[in-house]
Design a protein around this ligand. Sequence first.
Ligand code: NAP
Length: 634
Amino acid sequence: MELKPGLSALVTGGASGIGKALCLALAEKGIFVTVADFSEERGKEVAALVEKENAKFHSMLKFPSAMFIKCDVTNTSELSALFKKHLATYGGLDICINSAGIATPVIFYKDQTDGSRSWRHTINVNLTAVIDCTRLAIQTMQAAQKPGVIINMGSASGLYPMYGDPIYSASKGGVVLFTRSLVPYKRQGIRINVLCPEFVETELASKVDSKLIGLMGGYVSMEMVVRGAFELIRDENKAGSCLWITKRRGMEYWPTPMEETKYLLPSSKLRSRSSFVAPLNIQIPQSFEKIVVHTLSHNFRSATSVVRTPLRLPIKPDHVLVKIIYAGVNASDVNFSSGSYFSGNKKDLGSLLPFDAGFEAVGIIAAVGDSVKNLKVGKPAALMIFGSYAELTMVPSKHILPVPRPDAEVVAMLTSGLTASIALEKAAQMDSGKVVLVTAAAGGTGQFAVQLAKLAGNKVVATCGGKEKAMLLKDLGVDRVIDYRAEDIKTVLKKEFPKGVDIVYESVGGEMFDLCLNALAVHGRMVVIGMISQYQGEHGWKPLNYTGLCEKLLAKSQTVAGFFLVQYSHLWQPHLDKLFHLYSLGKLKVAVDPKKFLGLHSVANAVEYLHSGRSVGKVVVCIDPTFSQQVAKL
Ligand code: NAP
């Protein structure tokens, strides 16, 4: 909602503190204000100031541009009269700010009264009245048939405990969850949000121990509180949002979308929007094609060939047959074809040949064995098993990861998305408020890492080679994109992040590894995801050394952690669900490289394309173009 002259606002607790500051800030925009408060003298003063300010915008009005209405917010009939009067005067209600609040005047367990100095009164003013005002504001906005915004004043003590005043904390905690539960009113054009500042220099905070305020980093400025409220009014996406404001960290939404995914279940609407209907006739052929590695080499093209093989039927009782639609291409395909992923003597590895190639795919269940009860023919499924570069694959049912759709975006969420999601949680132990550096950030896994780090509330720095990739990263919300073709990464990091970066998600290796490690802050954690720059050397994978690694880690209490996705298979399904959920909500984007690779014979081209450094986002191969077209038409 644009804050413009002619709108009207009602502010409870408008005679002092945050309420007064908001009344005056609204007046500066030419907005009519009803100041509601218990305190008559101060309330009238504020209304006069608002009128004076409003005179700059309006002349010859037939009604007052500001009104003071004396009102006890714990009295429902007084509140009803207040809202009625506002509606009658201004013909609607665009903004309602419920700011009236008090501290608890007694120690609650010693309290034996029921009057205005009881703990119950604090709950009545801070919580019950906010609910009542929200109710009346919704009714008033509905009556005027115009969109509106309601802001309830919560407090940081509604997010975490305030030991000095547990009743205040309880009341504000109630306001926070009450407001966050009001998202559905957005459909009627009414957005209700809650603002949670830490200590602001008002009469209410004057009784708080100054040492505690010092520990919190000092008072939050009134200007920041006003800025927060205005952001919640202006941003049409904000409904049920909780804005936390501290001197220490600035403005942050609470909880982060990453935290939300821990408890939010996809709504039935999202489920149905993402539900997939498979074509009716899935034909099972007598033979199918797949890619096998016949010679160990990091040159994928010369190591592999497409072979036709008979389909061995009947299906084993606990197996399922999956028709593959999309397969994902990974940097490590060349490590697999060279045998680097198998332990043991390279000469002995020859005995494993030929073996099936490809790590991941999505498709449709084409048939199930007799003992498989939980999976049905026609359902979409994902696989993360060796042998995914194939038209069909027969796998034990326990390896099936049910997914909502067999799309290219979903295949991108498998190895690439899961690596980012699990590695950042487990190996990087990522929380919020940190500086996170991601290398090869516009690639398959990098794109997920930058977004998840951002969603968790971090500042994200990302490296890439080229303008197109830099544009994608900006679009994904990266704070500082370093295109190494245009800027020197080391110089930028030194100049703009002199204290170093806290977390590094590193997948390039070689000189990039050294550079990132040198840029790591004290207590920093660097996660080794891969070393793509070394996979295709003339003589294959060439390990490098970092001289003085131990000394450096010791001197700065740093951690370098390795991460290999196959060792986290127990976390695949929950993290995949989380990624799909964020994607369905529009909070996570999935970039699939636009270059089309169709059929198994294009896989070697796709692998080479990934290693050319030109790809942007996830490289995928559509294994059965006809099938994917049929699905798209449905
Ligand atoms: P990707 O990031 O899509 O790979 C392509 C990008 O890597 C390129 O756009 C380029 O980005 C960079 N690149 C390619 N060749 C390079 C070279 N020779 N030297 C330097 N940079 C080069 O590929 P991905 O499959 O998602 O894999 C990325 C990394 O993550 C790989 O190291 C892979 O092994 C690793 N990975 C690890 C796991 C695990 O479990 N640990 C799982 C998945 C992936 P810029 O030029 O823009 O930097």
